[in-house]
Write a protein that binds this ligand. Structure first.
Ligand code: ZN
Ligand code: ZN
Length: 64
């Protein structure tokens, strides 16, 4: 088995949500965007969840 592209960070919620029957846990994930550390000089406090579920680009569904 190869490790594959498993370097991306995914929240615990979304990891579970990968399983059939638990997909609604994607909603529980709040890490939809990067959270920079205040005065951290570009350091990220929280990295955006790598789940494809959040990879909306443009957001045609709702949003601003
Ligand atoms: Zn997700
Ligand atoms: Zn997520």
């Amino acid at each position: 088995m190869s490790a594959g592209a498993e370097g991306a960070e995914m929240s615990a919620e979304c990891r579970v949500a990968q399983r059939p029957g638990y997909t609604e846990l994607h909603r529980a994930c709040r890490r939809t965007e990067d959270v920079p550390l205040p005065h951290g000089g570009g350091i990220l406090l929280v990295r955006r969840c790598a789940c494809a579920h959040h990879s909306y680009d443009g957001g045609r569904d709702g949003g601003r």
